[in-house]
Design a binder for this molecule. Structure first.
Ligand code: ASP
Length: 312
């Protein structure tokens, strides 16, 4: 049994491991681990109190995939609920669909009994948004953003790759050998309203298949969508590559993408035997994992793979 995650999953990984040790499923462990990250007010990239879109509204994306059946559930651009991963799981369990977006996802969350939270962003984060956006635009533009007909121009300036992003990835293998991957995020800070990243897109930011392995992504979601990165890792595993080779090849595919918008990317992966691995295009980044015989998780450096950055 093992749980693997992006480093910000450290607040929940022990809870996930306790579930696995008590005979719980990979999907229960993944959901519980991610819920603690979503509730962590200090993590400004996942769940409650995260960086909002350019208009100051927090829109969350999440997905969960069961590697034993390839069933998935996902939500995109959900406002007013902090438990994006649990709503995603409910989509999998209560509907014949795999992805709900925006108002429909919010309606579904209410139907499933999740509590509406009108205040998802603290004053401090709102002030930070104002401070950051005013670095890129004059006061009068900032003040009138909601009604501007050229919002896309200002978002292009505000969402450059040096501004803050972040996501949580959690992968687990349970005592029955089942794999699950969960991903949850507030997406890119100051994004265009309605922008959806890779996290809720199965094959892009999330993929799990018991037969081969599982993968999750953080970083510039548009790249993972274009390259189907999480599925690529699992596909390379299917062709017989080791988890280390599979991750490196998926990262190299990202480096082959054309066009101007190429930024930082990261992957965590697990093969069907439970071997963990992490990859990054930013030297020095880490991931975490804990096996059932470890009393605490360990932090491990990710394999660096160059993805040269271009912007504009
Ligand atoms: N992958 C996330 C997204 O594109 C953001 C991130 O991980 O930085 O929405």
């Amino acid at each position: 049994m093992i749980i693997v995650g992006s480093t910000n999953a450290d607040v929940g990984i022990q809870r996930g491991m306790d579930i696995l040790r008590n005979g719980g499923s990979a999907i229960d462990a993944v959901e519980a681990t991610i819920r603690l990250v979503e509730d962590n007010p200090e993590d400004h990239t996942v769940g409650f109190n995260s960086y909002p879109n350019v208009l100051g509204e927090l829109q969350l994306d999440a997905s969960i995939m069961d590697g034993s059946t390839l069933e998935t559930g996902a939500v995109a651009a959900v406002r007013g609920y902090r438990e994006a991963i649990s709503i995603a799981r409910k989509v999998k369990e209560a509907l014949p669909h795999v992805l709900l977006a925006g108002e429909g996802a919010e309606r579904f969350a209410a139907e499933m009994g999740f509590e509406h939270q009108p205040h998802m962003v603290t004053e401090k984060i709102s002030e930070l948004r104002e401070e950051r956006l005013k670095e890129d635009m004059p006061q009068e533009v900032f003040a009138g953003l909601a009604s501007r007909a050229d919002l896309h121009q200002w978002v292009r300036l505000a969402t450059d790759p040096d501004k803050t992003g972040g996501t949580v990835n959690v992968l687990a293998k349970d005592g029955r050998g089942d794999l699950c991957t969960g991903v949850s995020t507030s997406g890119w800070a100051w994004k265009y309203p309605g922008r959806v990243g890779d996290s809720p897109i199965i094959g892009a930011g999330n993929y799990a298949d018991n037969r081969y392995g599982a993968a999750g992504c953080t970083g510039m979601g548009e790249m993972a969508i274009r390259s189907a990165t999480a599925h690529s890792v699992v596909f390379y595993l299917k062709t017989g590559a080791s988890v280390e080779e599979a991750g490196i090849r998926a990262m190299q595919d990202l480096n082959d993408l054309g066009g101007p918008y190429r930024a930082a990317m990261n992957i965590v992966a697990l093969d069907s035997k439970g071997t963990p691995a992490g990859f990054t295009s930013t030297k020095g980044r880490t991931y975490i994992y804990q096996t059932s015989d470890m009393t605490r998780h360990i932090e491990q450096e990710r394999t660096f793979v160059n993805v040269s950055q271009r912007w504009n």
